[in-house]
Design a protein around this ligand. Structure first.
Ligand SMILES: C[S@@+](CC[C@H](N)C(=O)[O-])C[C@H]1O[C@@H](n2cnc3c(N)ncnc32)[C@H](O)[C@@H]1O
Length: 433
């Protein structure tokens, strides 16, 4: 053994901190992402640019994957952490976040324990390093494992259990555990598209697909990514010709469907950055639509519409499989705020449909306030509108049901073929004059 060297000194004579092991920056970014979602209530996707600034693509992807998986497994990770500490750590303590990040990598993402902990300890330098190391070591040496069926956050499980029953809560847990398939909507049934299963002539479902940009037809713009549930609202407006208004349009999945179905489409979007994505999507798919950047609560169309689609802003709790952050952000106050906005949008838009025309209201929400209750309230105030239920042949056969006249897609729907997002969809017809 060589002579013991004193620790390297910095110019101001303090011992130099050892360099962070490779991969630490991605874990640091994962910590920023979890903080953004859990403490500040930001959407995970919206937090990505700032949280991962300066990281290379693969590290950015890794930070996102770690944070998303930690959110999917959060209640179970926390239960493990609490089982190994004398006093529960505060909800957003750095030590808890560091442990969530280290544990989820080892227990769910296949990272070897030594790599998971080595890249996480620098995140608590000058703080509870010993505690994090000790708890992680005790859990991993003791054979800690995550349950096969993930637990939902208690508030969500209680709310969905009360609204839909415990079988739906279990189905949601199962949906969290399985990577969702990738659904494509084709511009027409004969369009160039990758091989896959099909729930409708213009639909492909791919399991474990290649990156989207490598798939057949991406460059040609013959399809776009869209969960089968999200494709139903536009299907219910049928085919043009006629004037169609897509009121909350970006990134444009439904605008593209309407344009491909022969409608003369106006697509309205309030957020310029999202409208830019809508333009990109229309340009890739070579589909025509007039894009207007405006607030639907200020703007109004010059003439009545034959078809109107209100895919309203909502709590988005139906897309929890791909966006697990919604499970932690959609508190009752947010749901109530969104429901109030939807009511204003719906009441306003209802005046823009010509007599005899159709309005489809949709939300990717699992909350009745943003679905059933919204439509009941609307119908109680508008005698000129009535529900028009979907008929056989209009939608994929497995999805036609509901004597109530609207479509309610819950966790468990299509579970035998990979599931779908949660959605509420109602088609309303305005009485002829
Ligand atoms: C559920 S997303 C729409 C998804 C889109 N229909 C699709 O299929 O790709 C709701 C959109 O409504 C936009 N939005 C929210 N409030 C709005 C308003 N007052 N006027 C116009 N657009 C609005 C949001 O920026 C968001 O892009």
């Amino acid at each position: 053994m060589g002579p013991m060297l004193p620790p390297a000194k910095t110019p101001n004579n303090r011992p130099r901190r050892p360099a962070d092991p490779p991969g630490t920056a991605a874990r640091r970014a994962a910590m920023r992402l979890l903080d953004a979602v859990l403490r500040r209530g930001d959407p995970l996707e919206a937090a990505l640019p700032a949280a991962t600034r300066g990281l290379e693509g693969p590290d950015r992807g890794l930070a996102h994957a770690i944070a998303a998986e930690a959110l999917r497994r959060l209640p179970d990770l926390d239960a493990l952490i609490d089982s190994a500490t004398r006093q529960p750590l505060p909800a957003n303590a750095k030590a808890r976040t560091a442990l969530r990040i280290a544990l989820v990598q080892t227990l769910s993402l296949g990272t070897p324990p030594h790599a998971a902990i080595a890249t996480v300890l620098p995140l608590v330098d000058g703080g509870p390093r010993k505690l994090v190391h000790g708890v992680f070591g005790a859990l991993t040496r003791g054979g800690a494992a995550l349950p096969e069926l993930p637990s939902l956050p208690a508030e969500v499980a209680a709310r969905w259990g009360a609204n839909w029953g415990n079988a739906v809560v279990d189905a949601a847990a199962a949906a969290i555990a399985a990577p969702p398939p990738l659904d494509l909507t084709l511009a027409d049934p004969d369009a160039l598209a990758p091989e896959g299963t099909s729930l409708a002539p213009d639909h492909r479902r791919l399991v474990d697909p290649a990156p989207v940009t490598n798939l057949a037809g991406y460059a040609e713009g013959t399809w776009w990514v869209q969960d089968i549930a999200a494709s139903l609202p536009a299907r219910l407006l049928g085919r043009g010709p006629g004037k169609a208004l897509d009121l909350c349009a970006a990134p444009g999945g439904k605008t593209m469907q309407l344009a491909a179905a022969g409608w003369d489409v106006t697509a309205l979007e309030i957020a310029p950055s999202r409208a830019a994505r809508l333009h990109e999507n229309l340009s890739r798919t070579h589909l025509p639509a007039k894009v207007v950047i405006a607030d639907a609560l200020d703007w109004e169309p010059a003439e009545p519409m034959d078809a109107l689609l209100l895919d309203a802003p909502c709590s988005a709790t139906g897309i929890f499989r791909r966006h697990p952050d919604v499970l932690y952000r959609a508190h009752p106050a947010i749901i109530a705020e969104m429901a109030a906005l939807q009511a204003r949008l719906l009441d306003r838009a209802a005046g823009w449909v010509r007599p005899g025309g159709r309005l489809v209201f949709a939300t990717c929400s699992l909350e009745p306030e943003e679905g059933e209750a919204q439509i009941e309230r609307f119908l109680a105030t508008r005698a000129d509108y009535a529900l028009e239920p979907a008929t056989a042949g209009e939608l994929p056969a497995k999805l036609i049901r509901d004597a109530a006249g609207f479509l309610r897609l819950l966790p468990g729907t299509l579970a035998d073929v990979g599931g779908c997002d949660g959605f509420f969809i109602a088609r309303l017809k305005r009485a002829s004059a």
